[in-house]
Design a protein around this ligand. Structure first.
Ligand code: GUN
Length: 292
């Protein structure tokens, strides 16, 4: 079993981004500038956005963190997004999800200008991805593709089972893994919470992408020996042995699955770090396309 090491791969990609930013600036380009919008104070979202802003500093980007109250109206949030759309200094906009229940994420995402949609969530970005046109790919699937590429895993002809059908991970993963590219060219099955006999599918999988948001959902009896496991889950579970009283686990029962498989991503230090790489690459690209 080989660990797909998010620290190693993201470190390598971040060095590439840093070099590219320096090159871009020495040619007269301006620093990429990411605006992150955080509505309310969900602790997990606070941590994710904090990490994104910290990475901007590390890579030589500018960043703006816009903290907004949980009880704001949808119209006010859309007005903020439009203000960022019209701010010539801002290259990329991300609105951290989930949003408070009274705000429609679709309405807010639709308000982001596609040229600044560095999360790749806008219908224009998703439509272009579906058609195989150049665009901003959603950050997590993009990061997973970068990881497979780094380890030179040849996915052509493999059977890839994606568990989860969200717009931000499961659905785009099925598109990217089946496209005519490398990585890609896989035969893809999409499973989800209503799939019957999930094990019948996963036991036939050469690659499993677990993105269902349930702790340790993929167990050893569901995995074919030698399979490749990509764990997208970040779930907090109680753990009395930890000072904080909790710890993070993925959607895969790592301890029991790892000995069986050929490659596996850990949680933490796996896919989460790759999501940041996807976002940062998109932000640099947005700055370059806007600066042309
Ligand atoms: N919530 C969970 N993942 C993401 C992500 O990649 N981007 C945003 N904006 N929100 C998220």
């Amino acid at each position: 079993m080989q660990l797909l090491d998010g620290v190693l791969v993201s470190g390598h990609i971040k060095e590439q981004i840093k070099e590219e930013v320096i090159k871009w600036q020495s040619g007269g380009g301006k620093k990429p500038h990411l605006a992150a919008v955080l509505v309310g104070n969900n602790p997990a979202s606070e941590a994710y956005v904090g990490s994104k802003v910290k990475h901007c500093e590390e890579l030589g980007f500018d960043s703006t963190l816009l903290r907004l109250p949980a009880d704001m109206t949808e119209a006010d949030l859309i007005a903020e997004v439009e203000r960022l759309n019209n701010d010539n200094n801002i290259d990329g906009i991300l609105v951290q999800l989930p949003l408070p229940a009274h705000i429609s994420p679709d309405s807010v995402i639709n308000a982001i200008h596609p040229a600044k949609d560095v999360d790749g969530f806008h219908p224009i970005s998703q439509g272009r991805m579906l058609l195989g046109q150049p665009t901003f790919l959603p950050a997590t699937p993009y990061g997973i593709m970068l990881m497979l590429e780094y380890y030179k895993i040849d996915t052509a002809g493999m059977h890839c089972v994606v568990i989860g059908r969200s717009n931000i991970v499961g659905t785009p993963m099925t598109i990217l893994m089946s496209r005519n590219g490398n990585p890609g060219n896989a035969t893809v099955t999409m499973c989800h919470s209503r799939t019957k006999n999930l094990k019948d599918f996963t036991l036939n999988a050469d690659i499993i992408v677990a993105a269902i948001g349930r702790p340790k959902y993929v167990t050893a009896d569901m995995v074919k020996p030698g399979a490749i496991i990509i764990d997208v889950g970040i779930n907090r579970i109680d753990d009395a042995t930890k000072k904080s009283g909790s710890r993070l686990v993925g959607d895969v029962d790592f301890d029991n699955v790892a000995p069986l498989c050929s490659y596996i991503t850990p949680v933490p230090k796996g896919v989460g770090l790759m999501t940041i790489c996807g976002l940062m690459k998109n932000t640099l690209l947005a700055a370059q396309l806007r600066g042309k």
